[in-house]
Ligand binder design. Structure first.
Ligand SMILES: [Zn+2]
Length: 358
């Protein structure tokens, strides 16, 4: 086991194709056919190829289709919600085919709650998108948005700007207690799978959306770009929390997908104050909060909120939990190999505390 990483550790490890899950699971010999047949070479390579290609194809495929349909064909954005349902179905099948942790696919009584979170939050997104033309009409100045540029470039620019605002709000949500109370709902999970990427307190969802999207709206972002941006965020949230065992290679240093984001969900106090980015690792690299440890065997015991191990699991209870005062529990010690927890706030230094978790 590697030695503990220093505070603020930023990994320079290369993306070794390592995993805590066996590469292939040999088939059990059946009673009818006691002689095990070696799988064909192509069949042996298929799981590894899938692990390498799944995330980039899922990301570029679904976002590309949405951008082509809305931006190039002038299609209705109302086809994006059914496309998102298809993406969720594909993500769920992929998690069955090659899971990072097989038991994370089992519904632990949280499935209906996550559906409720997703329905409420995606409905809020649709209401917000419907209001964009009204906001645009109310702006007293003409937007500076480059509407003549290719749609793909407009979308990429929107993603980059939104990623900065969302990442900054995410960092603030770990630093300031009122925001953390709302954000803690998202961190209470002890299994990670694509669909619970959409699990957030609706107030925090709106605060995050304001940080990520309002600057773009003030620049005059068209409603069509906003619709595909909202779709792209939902696709990214799927990949960021996916239970697929991914082999990302050099993309691990670029995209904030599940192998990186899982470290953000560790329960050891401020040890999880790493990898805040939504789309890319760029802002974390610049902030010194990027972390990676491809060989760490992360599992359910590492996830959740260490100071609140009994966080309520029901949807209604989670809506009210941010407004309740409960005593914090001692944070469990950080295992070797993960970022060390920062000093917790003292009474004198609480105002300048770098984390609101404890
Ligand atoms: Zn967070």
């Amino acid at each position: 086991m590697p030695s503990p990483a220093p505070v603020g550790y930023t990994s320079t490890q290369t993306a070794a194709p390592a995993s805590v899950v066996p590469e292939t699971v040999p088939p059990a010999p059946s009673e009818r056919d006691p002689v095990r047949r070696e799988p064909a070479p192509a069949a042996r390579r298929l799981p590894r190829i899938f692990a390498c290609l799944y995330a980039p194809l899922y990301w570029a495929g679904f976002i590309g289709v949405a951008a082509w349909w809305v931006g190039e064909r002038g299609g209705s954005p109302w086809w994006l919600p059914p496309l998102l349902l298809l993406a969720i179905a594909v993500s769920t099948l992929a998690e069955r085919y090659r899971p990072y942790r097989a038991h994370w696919n089992r519904d632990g009584g949280d499935g209906r709650r996550d559906i409720a979170h997703a329905l409420v939050n995606e409905s809020l997104n649709i209401i917000g998108l419907a209001a964009i033309p009204l906001l645009a009409a109310a702006l007293p100045w003409a937007g500076v948005w480059p509407t003549q540029a290719p749609f793909a470039l407009q979308l990429l620019g929107a993603i980059l700007i939104a990623d900065l605002g969302l990442t900054a709000m995410h960092m603030a949500s770990h630093r300031y207690r009122p925001l953390w109370r709302l954000h803690a709902v998202h961190h209470s999970v002890t299994r990670m799978y694509g669909f619970n990427g959409l699990m957030k307190h609706p107030l925090h969802q709106m605060i995050e959306a304001a940080a990520g999207v309002v600057p773009l709206l003030l620049l005059g972002m068209p409603a069509t770009v906003a619709a595909v941006l909202a779709f792209a965020i939902a696709i990214q949230l799927q990949l960021q929390h996916s239970n697929v065992d991914m082999r990302l290679g050099p993309l691990r240093r670029v995209f904030a997908w599940a192998p990186l984001h899982r470290f953000h969900h560790i329960k050891y106090g401020t040890s999880g104050d790493v990898n805040f980015g939504l789309f890319f690792n760029l802002w974390d690299r610049l902030s010194g909060t990027a972390f990676d440890h491809p060989q760490y065997p992360l599992d359910s015991a590492d996830l959740g909120i260490g100071s609140q191990p009994d966080y309520p699991g029901g949807y209604r209870a989670q809506l009210f939990e941010p407004f309740r005062d409960r005593p914090s529990q001692p944070v469990p010690p950080t295992p070797p190999g993960l970022p060390r927890q920062r000093e917790t706030a003292t009474a004198a230094g609480a105002a300048s505390a770098r984390s609101a978790k404890d």
